[in-house]
Design a protein around this ligand. Structure first.
Ligand code: UD1
Length: 419
């Protein structure tokens, strides 16, 4: 078993280069199944979710060549099976994108129910509704999803809730469907735009991604022969921005799109931190105890649920009482119990948590319950006095590239230790 050992407190200072977006990359890789040819994807984050995605594609028949640790060339000319490896698809959430992509490519797929972080109920009814409206039949039996369509046909699809996954999945399934599909009440996250840009580069005709109405004009075929670079990771950037505030440091983030970070920037100003937008880089610094603030997580462009735990560390240390209302996931406050072990005073009730700010956190052994909770604990350990041991690293490794190396470069005293 591995653990991270962090000795604090350290104000994080220096430059961090942000990696490609996990949530875009895990959709773009299955999207290559829609192409009858070869393409190159660059700026992939070097994380375990990407390695598993590649292995799933390989087992479906794709040929993958690693050009370097952030770039692959993928040949999806011969897709030889419609059965996705159940053991791998159950390892992460985004494996459900195989369904939309394979319905488009082969009209058939058998795949395990997706895994991923345990954030409460994670239904996929909106994905299924979308596929069925496009003419597919979808059956769920003993943890396996069987989806089939003789011929997909465009349809008007209204999403009952704003869902990132359902928006992308329906987009994937409809790219090659005859006619014009409309997705109403679509999610608007940056990675939705990135997946649409990728598909358009390959010959798709998708309009309106990034707004709440997306129109997909079905095309006959997607061509290969293109190189595409994944968008910078909004959530990794936000994680380091909040790390700068929580540790009262001064960080410059390179390779980020500052437009995607507006809700985080606004909250940093509210708690008394400073943000300087330099176009493709952003500087964040804070030299005093943060003020209290209230947060409500919302779909983009609202404050992202995936930065809620990291913001929770800032508010745990703030001057005064703060309230976080988590409106997306029903069970995303497990990290607050770990912060309380470090001296925080947080009371979580259902989807609301009350933070009575403390002056200091103290090192303690803590357990990462999910990916973003793990990142929050790394920030907390860096801000806290003494030694923090963080366990359950597999969550963090799914979504953050070289987290300890990136933290070490900006001054953190952090080591990965085998027990
Ligand atoms: C994606 C992100 C995840 C992020 C989340 C919200 C990936 C791989 N993961 O997850 O990191 O926390 O967006 O920004 O991109 N819902 C339904 N029915 C559905 C689908 C969703 O009721 O069919 C509900 C969910 O329970 C949740 C809300 O809709 O309450 C949002 O979920 P969704 O946007 O789909 O999240 P994911 O795509 O799973």
């Amino acid at each position: 078993m591995e653990k991270l050992v962090v000795k604090g407190p350290t104000p994080l200072k220096g430059e961090v280069t942000i990696s490609g977006a996990k949530n875009a990359a895990v959709a773009i890789l299955p999207a290559t199944l829609l192409i009858d040819g070869v393409c190159t994807i660059e700026n992939l984050p070097n994380i375990s979710d990407i390695k598993i995605s590649c292995e799933i594609l390989r087992q479906l028949g794709a040929k993958i060549t690693w050009n370097n640790e952030h770039s692959i060339t993928i040949d999806t000319t011969n897709i030889t099976t419609t059965k996705a490896p159940l053991d791998l698809t159950s390892k992460f959430r985004a494996s459900y994108y195989i369904i939309g992509a394979m319905l488009g490519r082969k009209g058939e797929i058998e795949v395990g129910m997706p895994g991923g972080c345990k954030l409460g109920a994670r239904p996929i009814d909106q994905h299924i509704k979308g596929f069925e409206m496009l003419g597919a039949t979808v059956n769920l039996e003993k943890g396996t999803i069987y989806a089939k369509a003789k011929k997909l046909k465009a349809a008007p699809i209204y999403m009952d809730i704003v869902s990132v996954g359902a928006t992308i999945n329906v987009m994937l399934a409809s790219v090659l469907a005859k006619g014009t599909t409309t997705i109403d009440n679509a999610a608007k996250e940056p990675h939705i735009v990135d997946v649409a840009n990728f598909l358009n580069t390959m010959g798709a005709d998708i309009r309106g991604a990034g707004t709440d109405v997306i129109k997909i004009n079905g095309v006959e075929k997607l061509h290969g022969g293109c190189t595409y670079s994944v968008v910078p990771d909004q959530i990794e950037a936000g994680t380091f921005m909040l790390a700068a505030v929580a540790t009262r440091g001064d960080l410059t983030l390179k390779n980020c799109i500052t437009k995607h970070l507006e809700s985080i920037t606004a909250k940093i100003f509210e708690v008394g931190g400073n943000v300087e937008d330099n176009g493709d880089s952003i500087r964040v610094w804070c030299n005093k105890r943060p003020n209290n603030a209230n947060i409500k997580t919302l779909p983009y462009p609202g404050f992202p649920t995936d930065l809620q735990p990291q913001m929770g560390v800032v508010l745990a240390l703030a001057n005064g009482t703060s309230v976080i209302n988590e409106s997306i996931w029903e069970s995303r406050f497990q990290y607050t119990e770990e912060l309380n072990k470090m001296g925080a005073k947080i009371t979580a009730q259902g989807k609301t948590a009350f933070f009575e700010g403390v002056k200091k956190l103290y090192g303690a052994p803590v357990y990462s319950s999910d990916l973003r909770a793990g990142a929050a604990l790394v920030i907390a350990g860096t801000a806290a006095e003494g030694e923090t041991e963080i366990y359950n690293l597999e969550h963090i490794d799914r979504g953050y590239e070289n987290i300890e190396e990136k933290f070490r470069k900006i001054g953190a005293k952090i080591e990965r230790v085998k027990e």
